[in-house]
Design a protein around this ligand. Structure first.
Ligand SMILES: *Cc1c(COP(=O)(O)O)cnc(C)c1O
Length: 371
């Protein structure tokens, strides 16, 4: 028998979450953001569940090529645009739309030989100070692009730094509206947090756009945990990580567990040894969080990890599940067979991280099944 760890991808949950994003922005078209190999889920695995989107947004040219190979004929947007001159040839060949965020990318377009002009998304740096033209540079960039025969329609976009928190989007929205007013073209503004928090019926910010760009919500995690859980947002988890108990130890009071002996049993207790470690993508919790442990489901019952997570194994307290022994089902996140759920956001938070990072980190050695 092979090592019992496996990841499950719930295809129906992808469809549900896509519909949930649309519900908050019913007039907008949806870029399904599938960068980082669909946030660790695998582009080819999520394709079926997300093909109801209006387009796919990503940044790796190999991933764009993979999507075309899957048969996707609709729009594909390169979120960071091209990285070097010859990338533009692939854009022409595969009909990829691309972001233009710096003058070097305009220089490359200006010398690109193509029969078909490109659809581009001109990016404004509205305050995040990562990619994009500043408001002062924006109009000149638009004018230069607009004069190029290589360029077809120009759409306008920006990215929010604080859509998930108390700062919100108002200031960046003002900057975007000021920099883009009376420029023609479609607009794209909102990531997951902006879609859920600033576009729903309860939204005050007046965010409207032609294209929304949800990422993490499609995979059923919350962009603003712990303020809201995925369940609060009516999202369904797409990824489940499950394994089994492959060893059981009966500890006496004072016995320790694992590397560094960081956990010492306060009383006699039974622990399960689980076939999952940091080489599978599970977080090796930081020293501060190791004492509290990370929540985990054994036979669908909530308990916690004890001691350090090692490369291939971790250990869990079996006290709340006295019937569980060798072979017991362990759900690291997602859905247990008995229907119980453990949110990836909660697991990530216990290790000082976010759901995004955990799903992206799923290791290639973990076999994945679509269900
Ligand atoms: C990753 C990304 C998104 C999606 O972000 P989520 O928080 O996952 O919704 C949207 N727009 C851009 C430019 C991105 O890089």
């Amino acid at each position: 028998m092979s090592r019992p760890i496996q990841a499950l991808i719930h295809v129906d949950a992808l469809r549900h979450n896509l519909a949930r994003a649309r519900q908050s922005a019913p007039d907008a078209r949806v870029w399904a953001v599938v960068k980082a190999n669909a946030y660790g889920h695998g582009i080819e695995r999520v394709y079926e569940g997300l093909r109801g989107a209006d387009g796919f947004a990503l940044l790796d040219l190999a991933e764009a090529t993979a999507l075309r190979a899957l048969g996707w004929r609709g729009p594909i947007l390169l979120l960071e645009g091209v990285f070097e001159q010859r990338d533009l040839e692939l854009c022409s060949r595969l009909d990829l739309w691309h972001v233009v965020h710096c003058s070097e990318q305009i220089d490359m377009l200006a010398v690109h030989k193509t029969h078909v002009p490109h659809r581009v998304f001109l990016k404004l740096n509205s305050g995040m100070n990562r990619l994009g033209f500043t408001p002062a540079q924006f109009r000149a960039a638009w004018t230069r692009l607009n004069a190029l025969p290589q360029v077809d329609e120009i759409s306008l976009m920006t990215h929010f730094s604080d859509a998930d928190g108390p700062v919100g989007v108002a200031r960046q929205l003002v900057a975007f509206n000021a920099a883009t007013q009376d420029l023609p073209g479609e607009r794209s503004l909102s990531n997951s947090a902006a879609v859920l928090r600033h576009m729903g019926p309860q939204a005050a910010a007046g965010l409207r756009s032609d294209w929304i760009r949800p990422g993490v919500v499609l995979y059923g995690a919350s962009p603003d945990y712990p303020e809201h859980s995925a369940a609060d947002w009516a999202l369904q988890p797409v990824m489940t990580l499950r394994s089994r108990v492959v060893g059981v130890q009966q500890l006496a009071a004072g016995d320790s567990v694992g590397y560094g002996s960081t956990f010492v049993a306060p009383r006699p207790m039974r622990i399960g040894v689980v076939a999952c470690g940091y080489a599978d993508g599970y977080l090796r919790a930081s020293p501060g969080t190791v004492e509290r442990g990370t929540p985990v489901l054994v036979d669908g019952v909530r308990t916690r990890t004890v001691g350090r997570v090692s490369m291939d194994l971790l250990t869990v307290d079996l006290t709340p599940v006295p019937t569980a022994g060798m072979g017991a089902e362990v759900t690291l996140w997602g859905r247990a067979s008995n229907g119980a759920q453990l949110s990836i956001d909660e697991v990530a938070a216990a290790g000082g991280s976010i759901g995004y990072e955990l799903m992206c980190a799923l290791a290639t050695r973990v076999p994945v099944t679509l269900v």
